[in-house]
Design a protein around this ligand. Structure first.
Ligand code: TXA
Ligand code: MG
Length: 319
């Protein structure tokens, strides 16, 4: 089917209260009409997502924002001007229009305008904002292709295929405080970039209550995954291990090596990380996934956040 027709079909499904997987620039989303609690409930069911973990609402035009939020705030428009459409989610006081199920009962709602033409056309054609988490089972590896979605969620009503995503990791999430902004989840839009528009508020974030879905374990492959360190490389049998390599160093002992960036650019690491994890998870010859660490600055902070959450359960079980 032609892409235009697929978008129309997906929009029709959304209007009928069904759930559709669709591409965004970050990862694929599992979308439903954000204003229809019955449709939204299906997302939680399909994803096996706990109800305490709120969803992000996706819009296609700035004019859709006002109906979703309780207070207008000039700073929102300054941020939107600079970063939307794009991978930045703003957590804002919600209006009554937004169902409690979307926000897990919180008084705030996360909103973003994705920078993917297919996502924007879908939202416009559906004529409603889309509530959408990443289109994976809860706690597992996020999808960056339609095939990744099909692997984890074969039962979803429709998967709109828009090719491989171009950013690769989820949006940066911030909330506004009277001092400026606080970072709830790191992404390729960095704290430093946002600080060029609004001051960074360094007073502590009570992570649990502000971003309830931010658990220590997430993005978890079904196979053992660990971040590379010297001890691990020296003491572990790597003959059935796969390496997610950034610098191209220390590749010799591995069964398989996936190079995420030939030009050593962290943006490539973000783009290719989840696909590399999926590929090694699916490879029957691999029983251990090792990922190269990077410095925790700029985009490196977002990459290390994903790697630490992916290895968390495995690391706790011991080497
Ligand atoms: O790039 C993305 O953000 C992707 C694409 C599909 O847009 N979506 C995504 O959604 O990553 P999800 O559900 O996997 O992660 C959303 C997280 C939640 O786990 C929660 O921590 C945070 O966003 N969140 C959503 N609404 C919130 C709110 N009102 N207050 C605080 N955190 C919120
Ligand atoms: Mg997710």
């Amino acid at each position: 089917m032609h892409l235009k027709d697929s978008i129309q079909k997906a929009a029709q499904y959304i209007r009928e209260g069904k759930v559709v997987a669709f591409p965004t620039e970050t990862v694929y989303g599992l979308g439903a009409n954000a204003l229809d609690p019955f449709a939204v409930a299906k997302i939680f069911e399909l994803k096996e997502r706990p109800s305490f973990d709120p969803l992000i609402v996706h819009i296609a035009a700035l004019s859709e924002l006002d109906a979703l939020i309780a207070e207008k705030d000039e700073r929102i428009y300054a941020l939107a001007e600079k970063f939307w459409p794009g991978p930045l989610t703003l957590v804002l006081p919600k209006s009554k229009l937004v169902p409690d199920l979307v926000t897990s009962g919180m008084a705030t709602v996360g909103i973003r305008m994705p920078a993917h033409p297919v996502a924007l056309e879908l939202i416009a054609a559906a004529q409603c904002p889309l509530a959408a988490p990443s289109a994976n089972k809860f706690g597992r590896i996020s999808p960056t292709t339609a095939a990744h979605v099909r692997k984890q969620l074969p039962e979803v009503d429709y998967i709109l295929d828009g090719g491989k995503t171009t950013v690769g990791i989820e949006s940066t999430i911030i909330r506004l405080t009277y001092k400026g902004f606080q970072l709830l989840r790191s992404g390729v839009i960095t704290q430093e970039e946002i600080a060029s528009i609004l001051p960074f508020d360094s007073s502590g974030v009570m992570e649990k209550s502000l971003a309830p879905g931010m658990l220590k374990s997430h993005y978890s492959p079904r196979k053992r995954m660990l971040i590379a360190d010297e001890k691990l490389l020296e003491t572990t049998d790597l003959s059935h291990a796969g390496l997610i390599s950034f610098t191209g160093k220390h590749t010799a002992p591995f069964k398989r090596v996936i190079e995420v960036s030939e030009r050593n650019d962290l943006r490539d690491y973000a783009v290719n990380l989840f696909a590399a994890m999926h590929s090694l998870e699916d490879d029957p010859e691999i029983d251990l996934i090792i990922a190269e660490a990077v410095a925790e600055t700029g985009i490196g902070k977002a990459i290390m956040d994903r790697l630490k959450k992916a290895e968390y359960d495995w690391r706790r079980m011991g080497l």
